[in-house]
Design a binder for this molecule. Structure first.
Ligand code: MBD
Ligand code: FE
Length: 282
């Protein structure tokens, strides 16, 4: 399926759309054969040990084989890997950082969103505007607290129904996505809407994997961000909401206590919250 075909927030829509997007990126890693051998050896040893420890049977082995085929054919590898594996890769990256805590990117980032000024509203439909508004303001600084001129806050999130633009056919291309350029002191004030909890598509192989162990497919409501500035390490992160459902049982294991917002209702009836980002030197 290509990104011009019909997509919807089912597994067949959003899952395979994420695969199409990923396939358009060129990826490479500077990994020596020795390092590949060491990682591959440990990965296979770990999996083989699980089979021995749990007395895995031939029927179970065949079901695994079928399921792996289904994940690929259903285009759900980006979804599955980002939900169940990416958090450990992020944990490794976090070891070398002092600034704002990171979190996983997930499968629904799209580069080159429209640039917006430091005080702005994310692109949204009239129906989105009926949701509770969220005024998100703050400052991007270095580790010493100096504001960073023209820092970039890329923000994307799901709408109130849990759909991401470009992964659900009914939404305008850049709905609830923007690349905000801060002022000379690194400040921004972005108006958007409160996102809702997000349900992993239940109708595909990732949903089957969760269902087969009586798990739940939910992520707490979240904002996705990539914050960057000249000469600084960019940080990919997510922000959550105090008291929100699924905060303590995120299926993607991607929450951190430092990443929880506590908005307050203003006289204007909108939710207001300030969150500042600090970036490590590049
Ligand atoms: C999401 O919205 C998300 O953030 C992740 C990590 C996985 C699936 C959907
Ligand atoms: Fe998300």
């Amino acid at each position: 399926m290509t990104t011009t075909e019909i997509q919807n927030p089912t597994a067949a829509g959003s899952g395979s759309a994420a695969t199409d997007k990923f396939k358009n990126e060129r990826v490479s890693a500077d990994t020596s054969p020795e390092r590949v051998a060491a990682i591959a050896k440990d990965a296979l040893a770990a999996l083989n040990q699980v089979i021995l420890d749990h007395n895995v049977t031939y029927p179970e082995y065949r079901v695994l084989k079928q399921w792996l085929i289904d994940v690929g054919e259903g285009g759900e590898w980006p979804l599955f890997l980002d939900v169940f594996i990416e958090h450990s890769v992020e944990e490794v990256l976090a070891r070398s950082r002092k600034g704002t805590k990171g979190s996983i990117e997930g499968p629904y980032y799209v580069a080159d969103a429209p640039e917006l000024p430091s005080v702005c509203e994310l692109p949204m439909r009239d129906v989105d505007r009926k949701e509770t508004a969220l005024v998100f303001s703050g400052q991007v600084t270095d580790l010493e607290g100096n504001g960073l001129d023209s820092a970039i806050v890329e923000l994307w999130h799901a709408d109130a129904d849990g759909y991401y633009s470009q992964f659900a056919d009914h939404l305008p291309k850049w709905n609830l996505r923007g690349k905000i350029i801060t002022d000379s002191e690194g400040r921004y004030e972005i108006t958007t809407i409160q996102p809702a909890p997000y349900q992993i598509p239940t109708d595909g192989p990732t949903g089957a994997f969760i269902e087969a162990q009586n798990g739940h497919p939910w992520r707490p409501a979240h904002l996705h961000l990539i914050v960057s500035a000249a000469g600084k390490e960019s940080v990919t992160t997510q922000l959550y909401f105090e008291g929100g459902e699924w905060l303590d049982s995120d299926v993607a294991t991607a929450t951190k206590p430092e990443l929880i917002l506590s908005p307050t209702v203003g006289d204007d009836g909108k939710n207001h919250v300030t969150y500042n980002f600090t970036l490590d030197p590049a």
